[in-house]
Design a protein. Structure first.
Length: 304
């Protein structure tokens, strides 16, 4: 099958539904063999179901592509290694890893439990590490490979009741940057996408006010399939030289995000005390302080 990733093998986590399914389907359409990973859990990470992963595999095969399913949990390093082995056994190599799997446990911070925190970190961040680490030796040995990780504007900008999710998604951003730096010498690339799409995660947000309802209606136009073209492009050789970056897709818009860098400085030759910082810091830095914004405050126009 011809296509931009023809002959490559891809692993996509969380590919039974939503964004992951859309990426897996387009990768296959563009010529890749795909390992569809999904335990079939609820949005909160509870239970399991072999159906979603197998449904995606069936859809790929019905369209003429090649795919296998895995329902192993990526939160365990040994499972990540087993997923990689199944890809090698089935297709002989791995060229692409898309870290997409995730769960939500939204709760205001002062009521957040340890399990709310640790379970979200385990899937988003530990899972991304486990899968990334499992394929890294193969990428190094073959002198090529592409990682695409899903971050979120909830982490890059902010949102209420998502301290766990925000920390995990900013952690994914750091993981991606670290991989990009460490593995550039082996011709391995690593990038992030912050997706806007109407998935189970967005559908779970309660629409209380008229503004909330309008925002949800706008999200409904942003289907999961809109994310797939950028993800597949970043996985392809056409994206050579692009690594360590953060992108976003919002319906028909594609964004490149900046990354934290110093923007202002103050200097005092004799050093600082709390007292003279109290005099100097606010006037110098005040206008440049980042406000407590949410994602919707920054992206406050209708999606194109």
């Amino acid at each position: 099958m011809a296509g931009i990733v023809a002959g490559k093998t891809a692993i996509v986590t969380g590919a039974g539904r939503g964004i992951g399914r859309g990426i897996a389907m387009l990768l296959a359409q563009e010529g890749a063999q795909v390992v569809v990973c999904d335990i079939g859990a609820s949005l909160q990470g509870e239970g399991s179901d072999t159906g979603p992963a197998q449904d995606t595999v069936t859809a790929i095969k019905n369209a003429g592509g090649q795919a296998i399913a895995s329902t192993r949990s990526i939160t365990e390093p040994k499972n990540a290694e087993a997923i990689v082995k199944s890809a090698i056994d089935a297709f002989g190599r791995i060229d692409i890893l898309v870290n997409n799997a995730g769960i939500l446990r939204d709760v205001i911070f002062h009521k957040m439990s340890w399990s709310d925190w640790s379970d979200v970190i385990a899937v988003h961040l530990n899972g991304a590490f486990n899968m990334s680490r499992a394929v890294a030796p193969l990428f190094r040995e073959q002198g090529s490979g592409a990682y695409v990780h899903m971050t979120s504007t909830s982490g890059l900008v902010g949102n209420f009741g998502q301290a766990n999710y925000m920390a995990a998604k900013l952690g994914v951003m750091g993981l991606s940057r670290g991989i990009a730096l460490d593995m550039a010498r082996f011709n391995v690339r690593s990038n992030c996408i912050a997706p806007f799409a109407f998935t189970r995660m967005i559908e779970s947000i309660p629409a209380q006010s008229e503004e909330d309802k309008r925002r949800i209606e706008a999200f409904q136009r942003m289907t999961p399939e809109k994310i797939a073209p950028l993800a597949v492009y970043l996985c392809s050789d056409e994206a050579s030289g692009i690594t360590g970056q953060i992108f976003s897709v919002r319906n028909n818009e594609v964004y490149l995000f900046n990354q934290p860098r110093p923007i202002k400085t103050i200097h005092r030759a004799e050093g600082w005390t709390p007292e003279n910082l109290a005099v100097a810091l606010k006037p110098a830095f005040g206008p440049a302080l980042t406000p407590l914004e949410r994602s919707e405050d920054v992206f406050n126009w209708e999606p194109i």
